[in-house]
Design a protein around this ligand. Sequence first.
Ligand code: NAP
Ligand code: MG
Length: 398
Amino acid sequence: MAKIQMKTPLVEMDGDEMTRILWQMIKDELILPYVDLKTEYYDLGMKHRDETDDQVTVDAANATLKYGVGVKCATITPNADRVKEYGLKEMYKSPNGTIRAILDGTVFRAPIAVKGVEPNVKSWKKPITLARHAYGDVYKNTEMRIPGPGRAELVFTGADGKETRKTIFDFESEGIIQGLYNTVPSITSFARCCFEYALSTRQDLWFGAKDTISKTYDAEFRDVFQKVYDEEYASRFQAEGITYFYTLIDDAVARVMKSEGGFIWACKNYDGDVMSDMVSSACGSLALMTSVLVSPKGVFEYEAAHGTVQRHYYKHLKGEETSTNPVATIFAWTGAFRKRGELDQLPELAEFADRLERATLQAIESGYMTKDLTLLTTLTEVHPLNTEDFIHKIAENL
Ligand code: NAP
Ligand code: MG
């Protein structure tokens, strides 16, 4: 059988620990036999990031801007232990944070639907994709403990030196205060990413905020979304037969729990942090969550939502058998192939992505799965497999 030819290379970002091992196995067994793989390879493994003073992460992000589609393996975000473990020159920033800043993107996470691993919410028939605005708000707050009686004020000093002042509270006791901010360009860019991704996946878009209580701050989010929709997307949404829907966050939560799924739920930063944990837990496993970074410039970077599965890696290093689930990492590759296929008009590449996904789901649906899933599945005949054998099983289906 002739291998599928590619036109434009994918930006391939290799990573760390157990997922780096999975990366190689997936390429060797599930991709290279079928695709004449063209990638521009960046090694984002911890050691190479350190050798290049993290320049490789910046280069990979710029290459993604240039080519339009990237696929990334999970990577270590160093903490003090990692600095010691790898003898790092410094505690580098999160690679995902660096890439997100360069692409100006929003992360969309969606569970992979598979028969035999049913969501805990019975009405959910289709995956819910969660989009989190990963900028500002409580994550960039300024906080203060108030030692005792006094006045807390909000002061803005304009570039022209003009001051605007509002009283927050006249304290009569000890207390606490917190200052938050966001910017109109960041909210606008978030809105564009959400509308773009809704169009690209042909799903409705929901957005919720607390505009009844926060009449300036949250109301600005609501108004920016509405303005971007009306001016740039309304006619394209109508043409695709999809809708944009704004509602109060409380109402959004209530409706989500009663919905069938199959839409994109855009959330402010904190709401997205909390609600993505809720949606992913309700759907079973972190190893079944996909993640795609979408830039308002129409650039896409695919990855698994989980980390490098450190605990399994240390078992692997000791020569012990592991049962790490490769599904989300496989779906990062298929997401990237499907998008590349669309952009380059290579239907056979997009079809390969569909076939690889079907082969993967078919393995699980016929009872062959890694251990994490055996604990969740509703299937009765189950064959727990180690990492290698599970990948062999997918290769066999393929
Ligand atoms: P993790 O890699 O997501 O794993 C946490 C636990 O979840 C694992 O120990 C395992 O549970 C389970 N798990 C996650 N993925 C699994 C899979 N594919 N198959 C089976 N089980 C899976 O998080 P972590 O161990 O806290 O973090 C390790 C490193 O990953 C850290 O250095 C962190 O910085 C990095 N990280 C990277 C990304 C990214 O690049 N996107 C995201 C998050 C974390 P059991 O041990 O109980 O089997
Ligand atoms: Mg969280």
